[in-house]
Ligand binder design. Structure first.
Ligand code: SAM
Length: 424
């Protein structure tokens, strides 16, 4: 039996577990399947709980390894892409972040549309569809002149050695000049993406002295305190070497075939920087599958987290923060998402799907999945149920140099919708 021969249903999917297991689509049932039903607004929906995907099950491609706040694992979009789409179908993510859905879909030969109101998202995602060879990159980097007297227009001495700062400013100026003169090409975009990712972090692979992870810049004042506490001073980092090193890591799994595949999909891809409620560039009824995780309830400090990455890319973080959906109450969140669902309904093909991941909010006290069901159904979708992926993990937390092994669960709550029939 082929899972795609009949209308997809999660129930059927589970019934056919053996088939799926043999085909390596669902290979991790270890007796944890827990199915029940939830009632929302007087209707019952199936809920399936299991460890559907794990990081071990299928290693994610190295090209995903870019830090982004609240990103999901590539295995999540892969699971749905393999289930309900075929090559050449369009896969969309309205809140694409670092581009996990888009890149995974492209690796699987699907066409992609990606949107995120944060301009850093496109900077981090799009270039990874056009992967240069290391020798091309080496050549380009060696042609970029580094002015050892260049200085930032603000005090960054708590993060960078003066020579590193001079190199970062030279790279920033080079990239800006290329963009403004219309000469910016895919290699420049790659360098911008990697450099943006290398600005701050906690190892010598980053440009900065030890600090927070790259998706959470700290303030200059706080960094001074960190330096004092750790008795550290920024050491020189060779920015070009670090860019090459990270590029090598990112491309570990990239052979010629995925490189060509990504390039082919990339040349047809649509990247938008719009509000997910208003994406008029996407024609009606064109998307086979949307896999997404929206901005959550918890207050995100966009400016605090991104001021340095925005500075490097000439973006005004205050302007971005004004546009980003940052809501404090469930009801405000639902108002925004209701409009997102209307837009998703418009662009979804009849028979197409939406997998809407809401994670664990406030330690699982707020079950956003149950709020999401009526939003989708009111927009016209059928809700097929909620899929809960529960993955136990041991993580090593390294706080100020002290290693702790913490056990935890990583839970994804995905509400699945189908657009049945034709126009609403
Ligand atoms: C949870 S993150 C998505 C992460 C993504 N799944 C990944 O793997 O990187 C939510 C994203 O929504 C974006 N966002 C917030 N409000 C938005 C809006 N109104 N329209 C479009 N994007 C928005 C944020 O910039 C953020 O990147």
């Amino acid at each position: 039996m082929n899972i795609r021969e009949e209308k997809f249903s999660i129930q059927k999917y589970l019934e056919n577990f053996r088939f799926l297991e043999e085909n390596d689509l669902f290979s991790n049932d270890n007796g944890k399947t827990k199915n029940d039903r939830i009632e929302v607004q007087g209707r019952e929906y199936p809920r399936f709980t299991n460890e559907y995907w794990t990081s071990r099950q299928r290693q994610a491609n190295s090209i995903h390894e870019i830090a982004y706040r609240a990103c999901f694992k590539p295995q999540l979009p892969r699971f749905f892409i393999e289930l309900v789409t075929e090559e050449e179908d369009v896969v969309y993510d309205p809140f694409c972040g670092r581009g996990t859905t888009a890149i995974e879909a492209a690796l699987l030969g699907r066409n992609i549309i990606a949107n995120d109101i944060n301009p850093l998202s496109k900077i981090l995602a799009y270039p990874r569809l056009f992967i240069p060879t290391i020798s091309e990159l080496e050549r380009r980097l060696s042609n970029i002149l580094l002015n050892e007297n260049a200085k930032a227009d603000m005090d960054l001495s708590m993060f960078y050695h003066p020579r590193t700062e001079a190199e970062i400013v030279s790279l920033k100026n080079y990239l800006q000049e290329r963009k403004e003169s219309g000469k910016e090409d895919k290699l420049d975009l790659w360098i911008r993406m990697v450099a943006t990712n290398r600005l701050t972090g906690h190892s010598s692979g980053f440009f900065s002295v030890y600090t927070l992870p790259p998706n959470q810049a700290t303030s200059p004042e706080r960094q001074r305190k960190i330096n004092k506490k750790r008795k550290q001073k920024p050491e020189y980092r060779d920015t070009k070497k670090n860019i090459l090193r990270k590029s090598l890591d990112l491309t570990t799994d990239i052979t010629e075939s995925p490189r060509q595949q990504l390039r082919k999909i990339g040349s047809k891809a649509k990247f938008l920087t719009a509000d997910a409620r208003h994406t008029k560039e996407i024609p009606d009824e064109t998307v086979q599958l949307t896999v997404t995780s929206p901005p959550f309830l918890d207050v995100v400090q966009y400016v605090d987290d991104n001021w340095l990455r925005c500075w490097f890319n000439g973006i005004d973080p205050e302007e971005v923060e004004k546009k980003i959906t940052i809501v404090k109450t469930v009801s405000e969140w639902c108002d925004v998402m209701a409009d997102v669902f209307k837009e998703l309904y418009r662009i979804t093909k009849p028979g197409g799907w939406v997998a809407f991941e809401v994670g664990e909010v406030r330690d699982g006290k707020v079950k956003l999945d149950e709020y999401v069901i009526p939003l989708g159904t009111e927009a016209g979708f059928e809700c097929e149920g909620v899929l809960i992926n529960q993955q136990e993990f041991t993580k090593t937390a390294n706080i100020w140099g002290i290693k702790n092994n913490e056990r935890g669960t990583n839970t994804n709550r995905v509400v699945i919708f189908n657009r049945v029939g034709g126009k609403k």
